[in-house]
Write a protein that binds this ligand. Structure first.
Ligand SMILES: [Zn+2]
Length: 171
């Protein structure tokens, strides 16, 4: 694939596809003709627009148009107590008190008092109560994305009450 397989277009004909940018300003384009997907960093195309239209040229020859949207920035700063569950190196279940610092539709960040015994890439469970009217308990499974001092970034794999969480994040 070449750098020019994704080119911006200016007209506003009906778009066939929507994709969202991730946190790194990357988007994944999937060719419906051959099923080939490519992920491209679109930083160079980003200015101030909320969305950009691009033309994708797949290696199979198919050319298709995509509307790329920024995910609404709904990372919500919170202060919620919870628990993180994981397995020790020897496979024993462990749990640690955590403080959830922020939540987005795709993940959360928490702080932990003592240095956790898990590593980037590990899968852990976390549960915490929202400060909504019902103090709804949310349980998530996630993968550790980053660890900086005692702050841990978790990317969701599954969420037990996704609708409640979506509503909470939109308020
Ligand atoms: Zn293709």
């Amino acid at each position: 694939m070449h750098k020019d397989d994704i080119t911006p277009i200016l007209d506003t004909h009906e778009d066939t596809d929507h994709v969202f940018l991730n946190e790194k300003n990357e988007a994944t384009f999937l060719c419906k003709n051959c099923g080939n997907g490519v992920t491209r960093d679109l930083s160079r195309l980003l200015h101030t627009q909320a969305a950009i239209r691009v033309k994708c040229k797949c290696k199979c020859g198919n050319v298709f148009r995509v509307l790329v949207e920024r995910r609404r920035n709904c990372r919500k700063i919170v202060n919620l107590l919870g628990m993180c569950h994981y397995l020790s190196d020897s496979g024993q279940p462990q749990k640690r008190l955590i403080k959830v610092l922020d939540i987005s539709p795709t993940g959360l960040q928490f702080s932990i008092n003592d240095m956790p015994r898990f590593n980037v890439g590990d899968k852990v469970f976390a549960d915490f109560r929202l400060d909504d009217r019902n103090y709804t308990e949310i349980k998530v499974k996630g993968a550790i994305k980053r660890m900086r001092s005692k702050k841990v970034g978790l990317e969701f794999i599954s969420i037990e009450r996704p609708k409640v969480l979506t509503l909470y994040l939109s308020n």
